[in-house]
Design a protein. Structure first.
Length: 362
């Protein structure tokens, strides 16, 4: 699997006359090598050459995670030694290069300073090309995303009965994250959003110590991770009876979500799908209250290509995976967001989520 992915990258590198691609810890390194690490104070680099050789520079504490069978060379260092000698060893292994490809949008200054010790003449950005390679999901990836979705949906179902008046948003978030962990989630890429009442007007209203009250809507936006792949889910529920205004807002968002999803098919653009949902919300008089893009890609990253937003003329193709999550946010009143995870198919779409979008009143 990883070899096939690297072959596509190598083909691109040869076309663009890039001698070596340097990857830093994160989703791209995981995608091409299987090595799942986060950027930290310990320098870690992977070099992929245009003749399909693979070199690792890793701290000794992470050495056992490297697949030695696929590596042409592994250079390591201890905490006491530091990475200086390891960088010089990597330089020796790679030799002189004309052009290095690096990830401009994810590389830290410390990592950039490290590769300055390598021998090369030019740097170029390979980030966009890698994002294009990753946009079309393999069957294996979709299966893992389905499992992540199942974890998310089951965890929400187990959490809702614990929500009652007087419980804090933080307590709900903690319960939800516990339920996901016990079902196999590897954590969350972002802080869990539980935003009740007036705080629902904050699109990124991370859980706070605010107490939930009867008559409020509660926006719950959270992610599960299964074997590196993310499910991103949002449902908005009510505690007790809510006002007619809040019911109307919920109905509008639900219509925008469902109508945009039903339109998904190959050949549509990201802009087209956003415009459908945005048009419904605008026609209902809440256009100024929908303040973010309609969706974003999902996979090894919680946010990746394709971005479903205005003016993005990217044409949808089978295998692309993304969210559809329209919202309305009214200051001092509350907010609603409903989010599903979609896969573009040959003839339309597949919604990975099965959880009800009818208003749930607790």
């Amino acid at each position: 699997m990883f070899q096939n992915r690297r072959e596509k990258l190598v083909s691109y590198m040869q076309q663009q006359q890039i001698d070596v691609a340097i990857l830093v810890p994160g989703s791209n390194m995981s995608y091409f090598t299987g090595l799942q690490l986060k950027q930290s104070e310990r320098l870690t680099l992977v070099a992929i050459t245009a003749n399909d050789q693979l070199y690792f520079l890793v701290p000794q504490v992470e050495l056992t995670k490297v697949d030695t069978e696929c590596a042409n060379a592994i250079v390591s260092y201890s905490d006491e030694e530091g990475p200086t000698q390891a960088i010089w060893q990597l330089k020796k292994e790679l030799g002189a290069s004309q052009t290095l490809g690096v990830e401009f949008d994810t590389m830290h200054v410390k990592e950039q300073k490290a590769i300055e010790h390598l021998t090369y003449n030019n740097l170029c950005d390979i980030g966009e090309s890698i994002r294009e390679l990753r946009m079309k999901k393999e069957h294996h990836e979709i299966a893992l995303m389905r499992q992540a979705v199942q974890i998310a949906e089951e965890s929400l179902e187990a959490t809702l009965p614990t929500i009652r008046a007087g419980v804090s948003e933080m307590e709900v978030a903690a319960q939800l994250e516990y339920e996901m962990r016990r079902r196999g989630s590897e954590g969350t890429p972002f802080g869990t959003i539980v935003a009740s009442g007036y705080r629902g007007a904050l699109p990124h209203g991370r859980a706070s110590m605010k107490k939930i009250e009867t008559g409020e809507l509660i926006v719950i936006d959270f992610e599960a991770i299964y074997k590196g792949y993310v499910a991103d889910m949002t449902r908005t529920v009510a505690l007790g009876e809510i006002s007619p205004t809040l019911k109307t807002i919920y109905s509008i968002v639900k219509q925008a979500n469902e109508t945009a999803i039903e339109a998904i098919k190959p050949g549509m653009t990201a802009h087209d799908i956003d415009a459908i949902a945005r048009g419904i919300i605008h026609a209902a008089g809440y256009g100024d209250n929908f303040t973010h893009r309609l969706g974003h890609g999902i996979g090894l990253s919680a946010h990746e290509e394709p971005y479903i937003m205005q003016h993005n003329q990217l044409v949808l193709k089978p295998g692309m995976a993304f969210t559809v999550e329209p919202g309305i946010y009214v200051q001092d009143v509350g907010g609603v967001r409903i989010e599903d995870n979609l896969i573009v198919t040959e003839n339309g779409y597949k919604n990975l989520m099965t959880y009800s979008k009818e208003l749930i009143i607790l």
